[in-house]
Design a protein around this ligand. Structure first.
Ligand SMILES: C[S@@+](CC[C@H](N)C(=O)[O-])C[C@H]1O[C@@H](n2cnc3c(N)ncnc32)[C@H](O)[C@@H]1O
Length: 269
């Protein structure tokens, strides 16, 4: 089994030691202005304002689905592979929720006016298949929207830039199943015949190290890499020391770019 295939984090929330911790992670991220802003933009690009019936794949706690209902007046079906997440979404008042795997959506073809997946394709075993499923259940002329960070775009200011690159590379290539796919989402949509493809990039810049530490877990990535045999443990210690030096010197900077990609399905013949 490839290291990348090991179930961890959002690939398999329900099998984690404390699944509800992942609910709290989503709540912390959702409260960040950067996330709130790009999520609203994704909804605009989806054309949710015209009403209709939309599907969110990998909806997590369902907060974005709830926002689409209240802000845009559209109806939303929210699915997630995690029972923990769907239980939360239901408890938060979403009426149409289901536990479902994006690789096998339990819906008839052409059922929805649009579908979106936000920070989901980076975690799934077969992103092309999940996208094919989303396209199958959206009607001709409907919209499909994808959002993900692309970890190939990461930068971090610590003294040893080679060490920074090695740790960030681990995050991109091993820490996530598809950590550097987002810049290829437009190509995936184009190859499937979508048109009006819009691609917008938003860069998350983290200058507050406590945000980086608490929200993104960045300070721990080197030791995660060491624990999984991808980095010398002494280099992991050095990474943390240099991370803390950068914080003390007031020059801590981490950035990663998110891509928002939306397209329209061809009309029916
Ligand atoms: C990073 S969270 C994003 C949640 C939500 N879209 C948001 O923006 O807050 C990824 C979500 O995808 C779900 N997920 C992972 N693999 C999935 C799959 N194969 N099918 C459906 N959902 C999946 C996880 O359970 C998790 O809730």
């Amino acid at each position: 089994m490839h290291d990348r295939d090991v179930a961890h984090g959002f690939t398999s929330v329900d099998t984690q030691p404390r699944p509800t911790d992942w609910v709290q992670v989503l709540d912390r991220l959702g409260a960040e202005p950067f996330y709130a802003a790009y999520k609203q933009r994704l909804q605009e690009l989806l054309h949710a304002g015209g009403g209709g019936l939309f599907l969110e794949v990998g909806a997590g706690t369902g907060d974005a689905a709830a926002a689409v209902r209240s802000r845009w007046g559209a109806e939303v079906v929210a699915v997630d592979s995690s029972v923990t997440m769907i239980t939360q979404a239901r408890a938060r008042g979403l009426p149409h929720v289901a536990v479902a795997d994006g690789h096998r959506l339990p819906f008839a073809a052409c059922r929805f006016d649009g579908a979106w997946a936000d920070r989901v394709l980076q975690h799934v075993a077969d992103p092309g298949r999940v996208l094919d499923e989303m396209l199958r259940v959206v009607r001709p002329g409907g919209r499909v929207a994808l959002a993900d960070p692309d970890y190939d775009t990461q930068v971090l200011d610590i003294d040893d830039q080679d060490l920074a690159r090695r740790v960030l590379r681990f995050r991109a290539d091993v820490g996530l199943r598809n950590g550097s796919l987002a810049h290829r989402h437009a190509g995936l949509l184009a190859a499937r015949g979508l048109h009006d493809i819009t691609l917008e990039a938003r860069t998350l810049v983290v200058r507050d190290a406590s945000a980086a530490d608490n929200v993104m877990g960045l300070r721990t990535w080197a030791h995660t890499a060491a624990a999984r045999g991808h980095l010398d443990p002494m280099d992991a210690d050095r990474f943390v020391a240099q991370f803390d030096d950068a914080v003390r010197a007031g020059r801590f900077t981490y950035a990663v770019t998110f891509f928002l990609t939306v397209g329209t399905l061809p009309p029916s013949d």
